[in-house]
Design a protein around this ligand. Sequence first.
Ligand SMILES: Nc1nc2c(ncn2[C@@H]2O[C@H](COP(=O)(O)OP(=O)(O)OP(=O)(O)O)[C@@H](O)[C@H]2O)c(=O)[nH]1
Ligand SMILES: [Mg+2]
Length: 386
Amino acid sequence: MGDYPQEEVSRGITSPKMLVMGVGSSGVQAISAMLQLNPDMNAVLIDTDTKVLEAVDNSRAIHVGGTVTRGLSSGGDVELGRQSIEKDSSNIRKSLRQVDLLVIVAGLGGGTASGAVPVITRIAREAGALVLCMVGMPFAFEGKKVKAVADEALKRIRTHADAIIRISNERLMERADVDLPVELAFARSREVMLNGIFALWRMLARTGVCGLDFACIHTMLRNCDGFCHFACADGSGENRAKTVAESLVKHRLLNKGKLLEAAEGAIVGFTGGHDLKLSEVEEVMAAVQEKLPDDVWLNFGIVVDPAFEGRMSVILLAAEQWKEPLVDSASRQLGFSFNRRKVSEQGELQLEAAGKGEFTYMDPTIHNNQDLDVPTYIRRDIKLPR
Ligand SMILES: Nc1nc2c(ncn2[C@@H]2O[C@H](COP(=O)(O)OP(=O)(O)OP(=O)(O)O)[C@@H](O)[C@H]2O)c(=O)[nH]1
Ligand SMILES: [Mg+2]
């Protein structure tokens, strides 16, 4: 992460730590590809499937649910995904020590990620980390059951995560893409997540010449009240600012720009080389601002990286809604990590998760088409106060 001046370190102020976690097979593959481009990234890869983990960097892999799935995937069974992560939750807690921002990347619809991510978000929140989930939503061709699994997982994730970015695989594909081979369609979905994470990582890990830092991203994620949208655009050569501005304001992940018109908060992060001009930043910001409402909360930042000489890359994060957090904002301000770290350094009891034991396969209690075994706040889609 970005270096802080020595005197700040000696006063006990440390650089915020971001951890990226790939969960389930597609999450693992996305982050593994990311690590090949960016080996310094702080990341762990979590799956039930040993075959998937054997193909990635062993030192980052956390295999879960050995006693539940015996090294296979969950085969689409969300309950097995949930049990797998509960059984190995102490390893997850260890990986979260001293983490300030956790970014979880997963494709929802299978069993491992859909079962595990809601549990991980809960554990991370208990550990005091800010949690951003970037989740891929299934293609229509994957069927109604897979969609229902993904929707239910999303609901559960929402009760604990600070912010969620949904990447709709359907929205990614335009009419022109109907002939795209399935393999390439999945690869594109992964690539989009990858670009977003990479841009966020650059913003946080490198020292910027202006503005956007952990405090700013913290404010955005804490206030966005659920869902965020993001888009990345790159440009090179003389007209790069124009290219970037045009593609951002009609980006398909922003519903061709319509989501910007209703946004209540937004941040824009620029990465460019030493040749990045103020006029180029102004051009992109003007185009974005023109789409956003006048009273939007808006912030921006610039990172200069010699590897970006001759080109620029911009990430735009937009919040659908904006509201002050209900409680505990003081305990999660910057600097909060100091006390939390002391707590997380205490010895940890190796407790086995209780699981549901013999009740696992009982019939659900259905009343008025509602499963009463699911907690009320999840059934009613109520986001818990912090
Ligand atoms: N099958 C598959 N799905 C992908 C791929 N890339 C993205 N996805 C999406 O990710 C969702 C979840 O798939 P996986 O990540 O394979 O599922 P998992 O979490 O590992 O769960 P299980 O394999 O069922 O234990 C799918 O429904 C797809 O929408 C891919 O290469 N293959
Ligand atoms: Mg899998």
